[in-house]
Design a protein around this ligand. Structure first.
Ligand code: THU
Length: 158
């Protein structure tokens, strides 16, 4: 037996215990969620990133009648942030979802978004904080890479 284990460190914090910056990011993500285009799922997701240049960029999921053509809030936001500010690294990302008028208890990003989130840390050689916000409590991971163990990255292509 040579079983190995991976543990994922995270904090579960009351929203009022988040730092001012974290609360601002969650508020921006929530505003973005309220602008989501999600007529098919009714699942409104918002994301907000803090960049190293101090800018906060937010975005939401954008659905499509041809379902796979839609895109999640995380990728909308990260792609836009990186397109707009290619020289700025990501310092923190907050995500929140609203379903049936209620904030979902801590949204978890899909696999495709986790892969894109990892690519961003690979691109800027810097991991970043992720806040999975719920109504009262949030999951806070100090290192985005923890969300995708056994990552496929640019290193695999060398
Ligand atoms: N969605 C996101 O935007 N982010 C996630 O982390 C999970 C799912 C979107 C995709 C789709 O528009 C809707 O939520 C339902 O899956």
């Amino acid at each position: 037996m040579n079983q190995k284990q991976i543990t994922i460190p995270y904090h579960l914090r009351s929203n009022d215990k988040l730092s001012d910056t974290e609360q601002t990011l969650v508020a921006k993500a929530r505003e973005a969620a309220e602008k989501a285009y999600a007529p098919y799922s009714g699942f409104h997701v918002g994301a907000a990133v803090l960049l190293s240049n101090g800018e906060i960029v937010s975005g939401s999921n954008q659905e499509n009648a041809a379902y796979p053509s839609g895109i999640c809030a995380e990728r909308t936001t990260l792609f836009y942030a990186n397109a707009q500010y290619p020289d700025a690294s990501v310092e923190a990302l907050a995500i929140i979802a609203i379903h049936g008028g209620e904030v979902v208890p801590s949204i978890s990003p899909c696999g495709a978004c986790r892969q894109v989130m990892v690519e961003v840390s690979y691109r800027y050689n810097k991991s970043y904080k992720v806040i999975l916000a719920g109504k009262d409590k949030s999951v806070v991971l100090e290192d985005n890479r923890m969300l995708l163990p056994f990552t496929f990255s640019g290193d695999d292509l060398k």
